[in-house]
Design a protein around this ligand. Structure first.
Ligand code: NAD
Length: 547
């Protein structure tokens, strides 16, 4: 009998689907680690929302466990690495709340324009001050959509229907051509200068944290109105409060805040021009039903066929091949993540080259397909976070107009197997990474054709710098000044080979070397900027990989 532990409360439609499939159900919402470990021991599948934490200990305790399904998008409450190690598939439900969240953003836009919550408060307080609530029309106004993914596109579509002019900013989309009829892509500066309303639909990443800070808010049209129904932390809250007090921002509607629930003493609570909702984006009956049904349907399909179309940790592969390919799947994901972190512009093309006997024949076809999916997922993750997985990555790349090329050769000159990833960007530049596995350890063995031997784990600082004495020392000093311990240093010099791709910086005579610096602990804010200012450093980026 297939047993499902439902460890968070979900809509009854989901429970009905699981019972109708003839599964044995254990419905116990809100388990802490110890009781979860006990309950999970008998389960083949676990269904959670965001509350229950499926820790490595719980996954170890799940001796029969084969699938963990998260009814929602973010899987940060599931220990993915532990699940992958144990061969447990983790799935999510990425699309069920898209329309619902877009509709909340549109509702907040309207509420901002007509100050509906404020007017409601006024009437309830015994007043009836009509003149105080003169609003603004949205027809003919310009809406700036920041982040043009699934939700941003639906908001844009609805806004066009409301006769707004719609501009979008999304640095991960090719800037030539329009992503949607009637919508034009802009630079962030262009969008801020033109928009009467802004709506945010990006994930929270290093590039979006405090995207709207004091400086950017000052670049907006005076009197702009802002909606954030994406993630807290994208708008810097104190800067927003200041901009509202000064009149630079006429109003803001926030469904999400940096700290949730919002602190009792948050200055936002005292500002009449701010509309606050308690993270309601996904809260409609339809979305909750859809999430529960989709999550349950995934478990039913997996139990019957072994297929998991929304798997976030791996593409389904036969057990023997998974065993053999395991370290290479890990290598592929890490090469992809490194390439994504080093990308200076949106990706136009991904060229993959697989060399070695394991990539021959029909087994080789499956191996290459699995590696391709993991590499693409890694490349797309800086833009899409949990919204992309190895399973969805090939389709997402296609949707985003990224060309994927692939070639295979039966052997490599230096290694048993080599995986090469070459990215071409929309600005015409390119980046090449070569990796292999030493035993089970993923290694970076060339960057832009320059041989090196760097371990692909933990926190890395990757540089391209002039190939002259003292450069690594100077960078190391900056790390030391910030209390960062340097674990490993791998330097590749262009004299080791492939010098043609290592053009010197303007005014430089030395060609460019590659540095891969592994640090223990995490890379502090400001370090990358400080390294960038070192004379002779042409490029620097931080890469965060699992240890
Ligand atoms: P998506 O992955 O489909 O789209 C996100 C888009 O943001 C992508 O096109 C990506 O290229 C773009 N992006 C990434 N970094 C960017 C940057 N620095 N500047 C501009 N654009 C950038 O995601 P989605 O499903 O549309 O969800 C959007 C956001 O809404 C996510 O943060 C998600 O967590 C959030 N969300 C909130 C609720 C809620 O309850 N309020 C519900 C669902 C989703």
């Amino acid at each position: 009998m297939f047993r499902v532990l439902v460890a968070d409360s979900i809509e009854s439609e989901g429970i009905q689907l699981l019972s109708a499939a003839g599964f044995e159900l254990d419905v116990r919402a809100g388990l802490d680690e110890a009781p979860l470990c006990e309950a999970i021991a008998e389960a083949d599948a676990v269904l959670v929302r965001s509350r229950t934490r499926v820790t490595a200990r719980a996954i170890e305790a799940g001796k029969r466990l084969r699938i963990i399904t998260r009814a929602g998008i973010g899987v940060d409450n599931v220990d993915l690495a532990a699940a992958t190690r144990r061969g447990v598939v983790v799935t999510n439900v990425p699309d069920a709340t898209t329309t619902t969240t877009a509709e909340l953003a549109v509702a907040l836009l309207m509420a901002l324009a007509r100050r509906i919550p404020q007017a409601d408060r006024n009437v309830r307080s015994g007043k009836y001050e009509r003149t105080k609530f003169t609003g603004t029309e949205i027809c003919g106004k310009t809406l700036g959509v920041i982040g043009f993914g699934r939700i941003g596109r639906i908001v844009a579509d609805r806004a066009l229907g409301l006769k707004m002019r719609v501009l979008a900013y999304d640095p991960y989309l090719p800037s030539d051509g329009s992503p949607m009829s009637g919508v034009s892509l802009q630079t962030l500066e262009g969008l801020l200068a033109a928009a009467d309303f802004l709506t945010i639909h990006t994930p929270l990443t290093e590039s979006t944290r405090h995207l709207l800070d004091g400086t950017r808010l000052a670049m907006c049209k005076r009197g702009v109105r802002i909606v954030n129904a994406a993630r807290g932390g994208i708008v810097e809250e104190h800067a927003l409060a200041e901009a509202i007090r000064s009149g630079q921002v006429a109003g803001a509607a926030l469904d999400v805040t940096e700290v949730e629930p919002l602190q009792a003493d948050s200055e936002l609570r005292g500002l009449d021009a701010v509309i606050l909702t308690p993270h309601l984006g996904a809260s409609t009956e339809e979305a909750q039903r859809r999430v529960a049904q989709d999550a349950a349907a995934q478990i039913v399909e997996f139990a019957r066929t072994g297929a998991a179309k929304s798997a976030v940790n791996f593409v389904s592969l036969p057990e023997e091949l998974r065993e053999e390919l395991g370290p290479y799947l890990e290598l592929a994901e890490r090469l992809g993540a490194t390439a994504g972190a080093l990308a200076p512009a949106p990706i136009r093309r991904v060229s993959l080259r697989f060399r070695g006997a394991r990539f021959e024949g029909s087994t080789g076809d499956r191996a290459a397909a699995a590696l391709r999916a993991s590499i693409l997922a890694g490349c797309l993750r800086p833009a899409l976070q949990d919204a992309v997985s190895p399973v969805s990555a090939p389709a997402v790349a296609r949707e985003r107009g990224i060309e994927v090329l692939e070639s295979r050769e039966p052997r490599d000159r230096d290694y048993m197997a080599r995986v090469s990833v070459e990215l071409t960007f929309t600005d015409g530049s390119s980046l090449g990474l070569d990796g292999t596995c030493f035993g089970r350890k993923p290694r970076l063995v060339a960057l832009d054709g320059i041989p090196l031997d760097a371990s692909l784990e933990g926190e890395l600082v990757v540089t391209r710098h002039s190939d002259r004495p003292g450069m690594v020392g100077r960078i190391g000093t900056l790390l030391g000044e910030r209390g960062v311990n340097l674990d490993r240093v791998d330097v590749g010099s262009p004299s080791d080979g492939a010098a043609e791709r290592t053009a010197a910086a303007p005014g430089e005579t030395a060609p460019l070397a590659v540095g891969v610096l592994g640090v223990s602990g995490s890379i502090p804010a400001g370090l990358v900027e400080a390294i960038r200012r070192v004379d002779g450093v042409r490029f620097v980026a931080a890469v965060r990989l699992p240890r």
